[in-house]
Ligand binder design. Structure first.
Ligand code: ING
Length: 309
C-alpha cells in the first residue's frame, strides 16, 4: 500500500450533558462523509467520547469513573466499529480507560478495517496538576485523574502502513516522535483537547497556542519523515473554549489539510507513503547520521542540571 486517502475527523465541543450515544452519532456522520470521499483510515480526537472533564475538580475521584470506559469496544461505541467494518475503514480514537485493576488512563487505539484493535496507547505526558490550584482561573487536572501511560510509543503495521499514536501534550515532546521514528513510523495520529486558557502564562493567547500546536506537529513529522494527523476536540464545552486547528501534515512538514472552523469537520488528504522514504534515506537516515554516544542526558536526566559556575 503506498497511496491511501486519510481523514481527520475534528469534533466540536461535547457538553457535560451529552451522552456517548449522541457523540457516537456525530462520529458516524463524519465517518459517512469520509467513506463518501474514499477515506480508508480516519482519526478522531483525544477523549472523543466525553467532555474534557479534567477542567473540573472533584474530591473523590471515583465520582468521575462514569467518564471512563471499562471495556472496549462496548455498547456505546459498537455502532462505530460496525460502521467502519461496513466501510472497510480503519480508524483511531481516544477515550478514558478504566482497567479491571482499577487504573485510569488517557488512552487511544488503532482499529483495523476488520474491527481488530491493532494497537493501544496510553498518554505518556500528562500536563497540568493533581490538586486544586486556587490561583488558576481554569483547572487542568489530568495528573489527578490519569496515571502516566505504561505502553510507551509503539507502532503497528496496519493496512500496509507503519502507524503510531501520540495524545495531545505528547506532540510537544520530540522524544515521543523520535521513539516512533526509530521504528520507521509513516503515520502518527494525535488527538488533542487544548484549552485556550489554562494559566500557563497570561499572554499565551489563542494565536500563540495555535502556533505552538502547528509548530510541534510539523517539526515532529519533518524530523521523522512521517505523515501526521493532529485532530482536535475543540470549540466550547460548557463555556470553556478549546483551540481548533486540526491539520494533516506530510513527511516534509507541510500542512496539506487544515480545519477552517471549531465544529465537527472532516479533513481529507491523499497520503503517498513512499514519500516517507526520501527523508528516512537522506537527511534523516538515522543509522547513517545519529551519534547516540552524545545523547545520554536525554534518557539519564529528567530535569535540567545547570553548570555549577
Ligand atoms: N492539553 C494541552 C496540550 O498539551 C497545554 C495542555 C495547553 C499545554 C496549552 C501547553 C499549552 O495541548 C492536553 N490535554 O494535553
Amino acid at each position: 500500500m503506498t497511496k491511501m486517502m486519510i481523514g481527520a475527523a475534528q469534533i466540536g465541543g461535547i457538553q457535560k450533558a451529552e451522552t456517548r450515544e449522541e457523540v457516537v452519532a456525530r462520529m458516524i456522520a463524519l465517518m459517512d462523509e469520509a467513506a463518501a470521499k474514499g477515506v480508508k483510515f480516519l482519526a478522531y480526537p483525544e477523549m472523543t467520547l466525553t467532555t474534557f472533564f479534567p477542567r473540573f475538580y472533584v474530591e473523590d475521584r471515583a465520582e468521575f469513573d462514569h467518564w471512563f470506559e471499562k471495556e472496549m469496544p462496548n455498547a456505546a461505541v459498537q455502532p462505530l466499529f460496525d460502521k467502519a467494518k461496513e466501510y472497510g475503514m480503519g480508524f483511531t480514537f481516544g477515550y478514558c480507560e478504566l482497567t479491571p485493576e482499577g487504573q485510569h488512563f488517557n488512552t487511544s487505539i488503532i482499529v483495523s478495517p476488520e474491527g481488530e484493535i491493532m494497537l493501544k496507547y496510553r498518554k505518556t505526558h500528562l500536563p497540568g496538576h493533581a490538586e486544586f490550584e486556587e490561583e488558576r482561573s481554569h483547572q487542568h487536572l489530568e495528573k489527578r485523574y490519569f496515571l502516566p501511560g505504561d505502553t510507551g510509543f509503539n507502532v503497528v503495521r496496519s493496512q500496509g502502513v507503519i502507524m503510531g499514536m501520540s495524545i495531545c501534550n505528547d506532540r510537544r515532546w520530540p522524544e515521543s516522535w523520535r521513539v516512533m521514528g526509530l521504528q520507521g513510523v509513516q503515520l502518527v495520529s494525535i488527538g488533542y483537547n487544548t484549552p485556550s486558557q489554562n494559566n500557563l502564562s497570561a499572554d499565551e493567547g489563542l494565536a500563540k497556542r495555535l502556533y505552538h500546536h502547528e509548530l510541534s506537529v510539523c517539526a515532529g513529522a519533518y524530523q521523522n519523515s512521517t505523515y501526521a494527523m493532529a485532530v482536535a476536540k475543540c470549540g466550547t464545552e460548557d463555556g470553556n473554549h478549546m483551540i481548533g486547528g486540526s491539520i494533516i501534515v506530510d513527511p516534509d512538514g507541510f500542512v496539506i489539510a487544515k480545519a477552517e472552523g471549531e465544529g465537527d469537520e472532516l479533513l481529507v488528504a491523499e497520503a503517498d507513503f513512499d514519500k516517507c522514504a526520501f527523508g528516512k534515506s537522506t537527511v534523516f537516515n538515522f543509522a547513517a547520521h545519529r551519534r547516540t554516544e552524545h545523547y545520554g542526558r536525554i534518557v539519564s536526566q529528567t530535569g535540567v542540571e545547570e553548570p555549577s559556575e
